[in-house]
Design a protein around this ligand. Sequence first.
Ligand code: CTP
Ligand code: MG
Length: 386
Amino acid sequence: MTTIAIIVAAGSGTRAGGGLPKQYQQIGGQPVLCHTLNAFMSHDGIDDIIVVISPEHRDIYDQAIKGYPLREPAIGGETRQQSVFNGLQAIKGDNPTNVLIHDAARPFVSDDIINNVITALNDHECAIPGIAVVDTISEVQDGKVTAHLNRDNLRAVQTPQGFVFDAIFAAHQKAADEGNTSATDDSALISPVVVVAGESKNVKLTTAQDIEKADQQMKQLNLADLPDIRVGQGFDVHAFEPGDHVILCGIKIPFTAKLKGHSDADVAMHALTDAILGALGEGDIGKHFPPSDAQWKGAASEIFLNGAIDLILKRNGLLVHSDITIICEAPKLRPHIDDMRQKLADIMGCKIDRVSIKATTSEQLGFTGRGEGIAAMATATVRLPV
Ligand code: CTP
Ligand code: MG
């Protein structure tokens, strides 16, 4: 007995908008499609997977699934129904017993739902997941309610939808022969269909808001897989020299002096870079970017911070939080702090609420108090897999 999953990913994601079709947009650091594939690849009951893609997305698809051991994708059609039929035709030669048809845009599909569908196929030709409807649903025509539907009899239908292969192939063939191409869901082409338990979290990402929310949820799920929490600290000082601006956290701030240094002397970004390296146990900024190396002369310190973030990503970790204190009598930093936080958040690929920047004077004491330079302290909290 062979069960193949068809993942339909040939849509254009019009309602979601964005630079890429929704199935290729990143959530939790991976394209939506990859999360969906992960769920099916890790399931014992699935023997093979075929993705159905649009020919226009070939390059983004290849990029997204790099490293995944997948067969050649099938090419989608104008409607979802046509895309599914193309997928069914592409696997017909494999003679599968059962097929599960799933929307690439449902990345939260769980093992349980896949199990429910597969198990039901032992006794039925078609099984689909459904969930109870919480709102009362009314039929409306010309802005007027024409019927109240009994909520107890309604289910919101999801995917994966499971079928005995020969049965769904015949149903699709018949629909195609009759010129019916617009069924939004495969179970509409066949009966009887049994309903098994779906899950409310198994949503189909449709709007830009859905994708933003899914990104947050995936990041939270990922966090649970990163139990090794590390806190690193960093400290740096740069002296003033004649000039007309300083650069702090990547933001140019007009001033009566500049900071002296081999690179752009962004003392705050250096302290933060060291804090991240500290959390990773990876030495310090001088080890990775030696001042003796001419290539770092005048360099934007963003390069150093990016380098530290890359080290976190190489270890499949995540920067959870960073906190910087900048110590100087002047320039006045408060008006620039939000720009500085946003700049760091952009570089580090996190939300601004995970970046804290504070400024303080040292009450005219010591070298900072005498206005001879700026000091910065930072902590970084990093989570790594064990
Ligand atoms: N799909 C497909 N081929 C099509 C249309 C849709 O393979 N011609 C896929 C989509 O990629 C998605 C699933 O079917 O995974 C559900 O469709 P939908 O949510 O409507 O996605 P899109 O059609 O891409 O989005 P939109 O309707 O907003 O354009
Ligand atoms: Mg659509």
